[in-house]
Design a protein around this ligand. Sequence first.
Ligand code: DX5
Ligand code: ZN
Length: 214
Amino acid sequence: MNKIIISPSILSADFANLERDIKRVEDAGADWLHIDVMDGHFVPNITIGVPVTASIKKIAKLPLDVHLMIENPDKYIEPFAKAGADIITFHYEAIDNDDDIFKLISYIKSFGIKAGMSIKPKTEANVCFKFLDELDMLLVMTVEPGFGGQKFMEDCAEKVKLIREKNKNIIIQVDGGINNETCKICKEYGVNSLVAGNYIYKSDNIAQAINSLK
Ligand code: DX5
Ligand code: ZN
């Protein structure tokens, strides 16, 4: 069986105790740290930016999986790469044309890091097929981006199956409403990375929660 990369979303952590909450998931067997960057334009919420990401880099042992839910992502690749992102995921819906998407993928990789692209719930799977060979990761949103703690949308997870049929090697990640039940559906469709915020951080036993996703 392929290894499942578990990426806890620190959006659900206690920001007054961020170092403690990062260590908690690192000690509990997480693989990456998922950092949700929101700009109040692409999504209605504002969260974490470059300075906090740079501070996280100083204390984190795990790779930083940076999910940009922002307009004009091209302007922020260099700052986030320099802040220590190991993988940067931008949104398909934030870029107007395919040529610019190809350029953005190469640009991210030029920093020696992984490039990911995400699709929102209403975006069809087939729009991303042409980019799969260039991308390291495709992130299928299973909630409308913007907030943690929302309900998993199963019809979104079905898109994973179509994408997996086109590419056997790419990392396919799901994000939104992932728990010990919804993760099973996603794995059947061919996911190999799971983001989970509330399920992990609101659990009484973080190691058990992470294990239950694997
Ligand atoms: C939503 C974010 C998610 C969110 C996941 O816009 O991209 O990463 O934090 O939180 P849960 O797992 O609680 O749905
Ligand atoms: Zn996310």
